[in-house]
Design a protein around this ligand. Sequence first.
Ligand code: UD1
Length: 469
Amino acid sequence: MIPSGGLPNAKSSSTADSSVLQISGGHRLQGHVKISGAKNSALVIMAGALLCSGECRLRNVPLLADVTRIGQVLSALGVRLKQTGDILEIDARVIKTSKAPYELVTQLRASFFAIGPILARLGVAQMPLPGGCAIGARPVDLHVRGLQAMGAEVQIEHGVCNAYVPGSSRRLKGAKIYLDIASVGATETLMMAATLADGETIIENAAREPEVVDLANFCIAMGAKIYGAGTSTITIVGVPQLHSTEYTIIPDRIEAGTFLVAAAITRSELILSPVVPEHLTPIIAKLQDIGVPIIEEAPNCLRTLSAETLRASDIETLPHPGFPTDMQAPFMALLALAEGDSVINESVFENRLRHASELNRLGADIRVKGNVAFVRGVPMLSGAPVLGTDLRASAALVLAGLAAEGKTIVQGLQHLDRGYDRLDTKLQQLGARIQRIPLAQVNAEVASNPTVEELPTSGATNRENVQSQ
Ligand code: UD1
């Protein structure tokens, strides 16, 4: 096993910062797309591997900048990692420190979730607070309150969450925890912490997302006793230790949803696999309501047919099994081209409609009031330079660019590369005219041709949005 640092491949943030996607829109897509492993599963399962007193072998790990980052967090804790293609081996037999590095945790919210396993393994953890991000304040109070209910003493000082378990056993205690909000991250943090606690933990109003179930299945494969994952009450009976395992991560339902929208917005026919259709129920139902036919071609395989007309439809984002907030931006791009008026209500995050104004640059007609976007469908979009302000916003702009007439340039690829496994390459393979080119090349074009529109400035906006979803 090679020591850490060994998570190559995913594009570095500096490369992504200095590149843009140039899309020549208005062309149909065709073919089969392979869906990668789920980002939100991979990140938390990598953190969950800290619970294991042996080695874990993960399969179907997506190639993402966020995976690289959480790998760096684990390395900084003294864990050894080795990646070969989509297989990742994690050896957390020895955790050398309970202190996670500030520079890394503040870049990736999901790394805060590691506080659960670190505390469970070592009885002490020092985790910098992740802070707010592009889509909202995103506190961690539910994580902290749950750990306190399990007997941890927690103090927040100088932006760091210092937690320790008093007593000689240093073992957390089972507890009954009610979550005010069915938070995905809090459910995951507390479920991981409870696997090694003394006694039984019951999490009520737990998140029911497929990634929570995936994490539970991974922990069960290591010997944890978890019942009810996927329902709103999860019961965990603590065990003294967890053992080595091999585990395959589920397909990414948000990546699959993004390709379904890519097909719909370009009026194309695509085949997607592997997928778990039940994970996609709210997305498929909404696409069918909009007028996009989708059929289950074979187990774990979907075919979308070209839509004759795109119809307006209202959306309210909700915890699973409601419509996922991570698909809100891509659907806004689609509804911008539907016939009629749609209302999109973002009820999960407080500041997740910033892509509306960028879509308007492409000719969309979207008005935002508070957390609601009023989308008046237009017959066509036209290419322009745009800036992605967060991960899913960037994906929405790529989708809009595929449909828009002429050339669209999408900036802000550091967001896109965190959460999509080679989106541009996969789209190219489907026939999209999309190219990753150096920002300098676009700037040179602007300088030599005054009729070319300047890129929107990325400075402050991009820097403030370093965190991922
Ligand atoms: C996860 C996903 C993200 C997705 C989100 C909602 C990962 C790595 N990210 O994020 O892609 O968009 O679920 O499906 O899995 N909240 C609190 N206090 C807390 C925790 C959360 O008030 O302690 C609030 C948040 O601010 C937000 C809501 O609860 O308004 C839901 O957030 P949560 O489910 O926790 O999202 P994440 O786990 O951060």
